[in-house]
Design a protein around this ligand. Structure first.
Ligand SMILES: *[C@@H]1O[C@H](CO)[C@@H](O)[C@H](O)[C@H]1NC(C)=O
Ligand SMILES: *[C@@H]1O[C@H](CO)[C@@H](O)[C@H](O)[C@H]1NC(C)=O
Ligand SMILES: *[C@@H]1O[C@H](CO)[C@@H](O)[C@H](O)[C@H]1NC(C)=O
Ligand SMILES: *[C@@H]1O[C@H](CO)[C@@H](O)[C@H](O)[C@H]1NC(C)=O
Ligand SMILES: *[C@@H]1O[C@H](CO)[C@@H](O)[C@H](O)[C@H]1NC(C)=O
Ligand SMILES: *[C@@H]1O[C@H](CO)[C@@H](O)[C@H](O)[C@H]1NC(C)=O
Ligand SMILES: *[C@@H]1O[C@H](CO)[C@@H](O)[C@H](O)[C@H]1NC(C)=O
Ligand SMILES: *[C@@H]1O[C@H](CO)[C@@H](O)[C@H](O)[C@H]1NC(C)=O
Ligand SMILES: *[C@@H]1O[C@H](CO)[C@@H](O)[C@H](O)[C@H]1NC(C)=O
Ligand SMILES: *[C@@H]1O[C@H](CO)[C@@H](O)[C@H](O)[C@H]1NC(C)=O
Ligand SMILES: *[C@@H]1O[C@H](CO)[C@@H](O)[C@H](O)[C@H]1NC(C)=O
Length: 382
């Protein structure tokens, strides 16, 4: 009998213990939160409440007040239902999104400041049936908040396209505030056609705006801006702008000022990105010389005295296309002059040679006649 009673008692004790353990002072939060300056952060939070049974011997009470404190030299209230008890650094920036009676302590902090980084503690208060206050600080479960003081400007990316074709420009920004994400705007309003995407990345979000537009010649050397606008709720708005040069290219354009002069040919090429430029001989195949240009507009020269061809080609190639122009050396006046004078000299030499040979022959013939006349033997040998 005695052993059986003991067994029942221990059974009661055993069943009482787990229930006491489950109804513990427990907070369910993300312990480490990272957020961006000027953005907001939402601390998702629920708590368990045990009616102050241990401290106040089974006095009934319900949670009524939730207070968030920041652990500093002296704890400061960053959220309190009575706003006059909120520290001035936080007043107007904090909101309790959760419902305390539903044991939800979710907190939102707007317009984060670098100085907001630190440890946050939740405190709950309930009024007992006897009019006393039952309170608990969840000191074992602090929330550690890290505020990125890094540059929070958006990031613009774009692949180079040929002018006249469709450009796709992407602007993205990371944020933590789910309730009011930043707004992304482009400077190319008149031709705007953008689509917005939101992607979750851990406890962060990435907002992406993809802009597509038909590029035109006037877009060359034009900046495109993407502005992220943060809603700081009561404190207005904060804008962060990023600018980038539109990445546009075009195939090589061989300019009109390209020409051949007396002893030099010059090929003026304008292209983006810079081209590989070649001088080709009259067969259009053999490379006389070539360069890989370093700038958009270049003058590539060729000393024509080294070349003995009638036609030359200048060819420029970049990833957007190829351009070729031929130079007829005969049509170049300077060159023609050289050619003509060259011919003249040749003819003079030839004529001189003919004349000299003709005179030599006459002289020889005369000599022969003289010989015939002066040599008496000549006749006999005949
Ligand atoms: C907060 O927690 C609830 C319940 O676990 C979940 O549904 C919700 O997505 C969470 N919110 C955020 C912002 O993490
Ligand atoms: C706390 O008290 C409420 C009534 O005020 C009661 O409904 C609840 O069951 C109690 N909780 C615990 C764990 O004792
Ligand atoms: C808020 O707190 C102030 C200062 O502690 C106090 O004077 C005031 O009565 C409180 N207001 C409410 C509504 O409790
Ligand atoms: C707590 O409240 C927040 C804000 O209203 C909500 O997003 C979240 O889902 C709630 N959590 C639970 C567990 O109900
Ligand atoms: C909080 O929850 C309680 C009980 O579920 C409900 O009566 C009350 O209206 C809620 N308060 C708010 C502000 O939603
Ligand atoms: C956003 O955050 C992710 C992950 O933390 C990071 O890899 C990425 O570079 C960030 N993007 C921007 C635009 O800051
Ligand atoms: C962005 O554009 C939208 C629609 O054109 C406009 O409502 C919004 O005010 C603009 N935001 C900014 C930051 O200019
Ligand atoms: C883009 O930003 C640059 C530099 O901040 C500014 O000079 C330019 O006017 C802006 N362009 C537009 C279209 O807003
Ligand atoms: C906007 O861009 C999308 C995707 O590139 C395209 O399908 C749509 O036709 C475009 N709309 C306008 C008005 O240009
Ligand atoms: C900015 O935030 C405040 C508070 O959250 C809200 O009342 C307001 O409607 C928001 N404004 C915009 C344009 O989203
Ligand atoms: C020039 O041509 C030579 C021989 O064809 C080649 O090896 C070299 O890479 C070329 N240089 C450039 C800049 O294209």
């Amino acid at each position: 009998m005695a052993t059986r009673q003991l067994w029942i008692i221990s059974l009661v004790l055993c069943s009482a213990l787990p229930s006491a353990a489950t109804v513990n002072w427990k907070l369910t939060v993300t312990n480490n939160i990272q957020a961006y300056q000027h953005d907001c952060v939402i601390i998702n939070c629920t708590f368990e409440y045990n009616n102050c049974t241990e401290e106040q011997k089974k006095i009934q009470s319900t949670p009524e007040k939730g207070i968030w404190m920041k652990k500093e030299g002296m704890d400061v209230n960053l959220y309190h239902p009575n706003s006059s008890q909120i520290h001035s650094d936080f007043r107007g920036r904090t909101e309790l999104l959760g419902n305390i009676s539903q044991k939800n302590c979710t907190l939102k902090i707007n317009n984060l400041r670098k100085t907001d980084a630190g440890q946050y503690i939740f405190r709950v208060e309930g009024i007992t049936t006897k009019g006393g206050i039952c309170h608990y600080r969840y000191i074992e479960q602090p929330v550690k908040l890290k505020v990125f003081n890094k540059d929070t400007r958006p990031v613009i990316t774009m692949d180079e396209v040929k002018v006249g074709s469709l450009a796709t420009v992407t602007c993205s920004i990371n944020y933590t505030c789910v309730s009011n994400p930043p707004d992304l705007n482009w400077s190319h309003e008149q031709r705007e056609n953008d689509s917005i995407y939101k992607n979750r990345h851990g406890d962060q979000w990435i907002l992406t705006s993809i802009l597509t537009f038909q590029t035109q010649e006037s877009d060359l050397d034009t900046m495109i801006n993407c502005t992220a606008k943060y809603n700081l709720s009561s404190s207005g708005y904060e804008e962060k702008k990023e600018s980038t040069l539109l990445k546009l290219g075009y195939p090589p354009r061989i300019k009109e000022e390209s020409a051949c002069s007396k002893n030099q040919c010059v090929c003026v090429v304008d292209s983006r990105p810079p081209s590989v430029i070649r001088w080709l001989s009259s067969d259009g195949k053999s490379v006389i010389s070539n360069i890989s240009a370093k700038e958009y507009k270049v003058e590539y020269e060729l000393n024509i005295l080294d070349v003995n061809v009638g036609v030359l080609y200048c060819e420029a190639i970049n990833r957007h296309g190829k351009s070729t122009v031929s130079f007829s050396l005969g049509s170049s006046l300077g060159f023609l002059y050289i050619v003509i004078s060259g011919f003249a000299v040749l003819i003079i030499i030839l004529l001189a040679a003919i004349f000299y040979m003709w005179r030599f022959r006459i002289q020889k013939e005369k000599k022969n006649t003289l010989y015939m006349m002066t040599n008496p033997l000549y006749k006999t040998t005949e």
